[in-house]
Design a protein around this ligand. Structure first.
Ligand code: ATP
Ligand code: MN
Length: 430
């Protein structure tokens, strides 16, 4: 007997197949029974007619509890009115495990209750839809870079020093030496970019900042790319192509899951290239016009980002931030050194910053000076300075947070549902 995934049932119409999964719901009229089964790829309705399967099998099926594991065998039929569009006329049922009384019922539950049971919550239709979309997004990023001859160069997770100070880092004991969990792979990416030209890394990132917002996690996944011979404009062009590519992939490959999430896909379909670009100074003007008391030189908070991005249908680049508020390695604009050649990408619909990026300082003397101004220990950065000593080139890169991207594309209120097991402030069970 062929086993099939529910998502592939369209390939098996009028064939007999076996579906392996778990019981999501059961309704019975006494003569006919409807079993909604999930297998991780989708939901399917199985129909058991007592007259046809016999008394014994019908009674066995009646004992199934929610989340019992089972295998259903039967004929696949097209049925537009049924969940997923296909239905199975069941002829065989094998019970693999009867589930105890399941804590998550089909009633509404509070988020606290669900978060405590995250290991079970992820089985529900909305959560599986989100996690499948996350998987598609990650695959789309990988394909995008692969198609453009980027090399995947993984950055270390355990690091001796920090990019930008150590206050927001998780510290650990490295055989008696102090070490930290990585908050960015960027400095290492600059080294691999000088070796390989165009690279990206994709890994977990750790920030110990005590933020309790709907867009911050303690552990999140970041795609970070670094490109030799790219300036600030090349950098933005690559990013918009990438984000647009990922949106198209999700729209074409995740239509069913977006529907489950009731995502307004028009908002995503409308996004076209190129994305708008405004300078930090122009963004400040937008804030002032909106009645905000904002001083040039301050960093944007989430409400500011929402006001700025609400002016646009597509994601918007904000470039040339004040040098003062950006990292030491950001290259000052030669035409106006008070600002840097960096750009953040703000997602529409209030989702805020999803990318931070920019052109890096390629001049040795200037970089040494900036390290000193930021009170960073130069010894720790000697290897990084070597990249300017030996064959320095203009180069740029960026980091994109996967969870914020998933939250935006799925239209979610909170980032905690975008990752199987979120790590949040004071919360890491299960
Ligand atoms: P924010 O100011 O919004 O806290 P950031 O400027 O500190 O973010 P970057 O250091 O620029 O963030 O990191 C690059 C990207 O990583 C961000 O644009 C965002 O998508 C993501 N990111 C940063 N911090 C977090 C976090 N705590 N949780 C989830 N994603 C994050
Ligand atoms: Mn940033």
């Amino acid at each position: 007997m062929t086993t099939a995934l529910i998502k592939n049932l369209s390939r098996h119409v009028d064939e007999e197949v076996t579906v392996q999964g778990w019981l999501y719901n059961l309704r019975s009229s006494g003569k006919i029974m409807f079993l909604i089964v999930r297998d991780g790829s989708g939901l399917m309705q199985g129909v058991l007619v007592k007259k046809e399967v016999g008394e014994e099998l019908f009674e066995t099926a009646g004992k199934l509890t929610q989340e019992s594991s089972l295998k259903l065998t039967g004929l696949v039929r097209q049925e537009p009115r049924s969940v997923g569009g296909f239905e199975m006329t069941v002829t065989g049922l094998e019970i693999v495990g009867i589930a105890e009384e399941y804590p998550i019922t089909h009633k509404e539950h509070g988020v606290e209750f669900l978060a405590e049971r995250r290991h079970l919550w992820i089985r529900t239709p909305k959560q599986t839809a989100i996690l499948r979309i996350r998987s598609e997004i990650e695959q789309a990023f990988r394909d995008f870079f692969y198609e453009r001859d980027f090399v995947l160069a993984d950055a270390p997770v355990i690091t001796p020093a920090a990019c930008e100070g150590t206050t927001n880092l998780f510290e650990l004991d490295y055989h008696g030496e102090k070490a930290f969990l990585s908050q960015s792979g960027q400095l290492y990416n600059e080294a691999t970019a000088m070796a390989l030209g165009r690279i990206y890394c994709f890994g977990p990132t750790f920030r110990a900042e005590k933020s309790k917002t709907r867009r911050h996690l303690m552990e999140f996944w970041m795609i970070e790319a670094e490109m030799a011979y790219f300036d600030v404009d090349d950098n933005m062009r690559l990013q918009e192509d990438m984000v647009h590519y990922v949106i198209q992939r999700v729209l074409t490959r995740c239509a069913q899951d977006l529907k489950t999430l009731e995502r307004d896909v028009d908002r995503l379909q409308r996004i076209s290239l190129p994305f708008p670009r405004i300078s930090y100074t122009e963004a400040v003007e937008i804030l002032k016009k909106a009645g905000e008391e904002f001083v040039w030189g301050d960093d944007f908070g989430a409400p500011h980002e929402t006001i700025i991005s609400s002016q646009f249908d597509a994601p918007v680049f904000v470039h040339r931030y004040p040098t003062e508020i950006k990292a030491f390695y950001m290259k000052p604009d030669p035409n106006d050194p008070k600002v840097v050649l960096g750009a953040d990408l703000l997602a529409p619909e209030g989702y805020g910053e999803i990318i931070g990026g920019g052109q890096r300082i390629d001049d040795l003397k200037l970089l040494e000076q900036r390290i000193a101004e930021h009170n960073l220990p130069q010894e720790a950065f000697e290897w990084y300075l070597d990249l300017r000593r030996y064959g320095t080139v203009p180069h740029s890169g960026f980091g994109l947070g996967i969870e914020r991207t998933v939250a935006w594309l799925c239209g979610l209120e909170h980032i905690r549902e975008t990752i199987p097991f979120p790590r949040m402030l004071h919360k890491m069970y299960p």
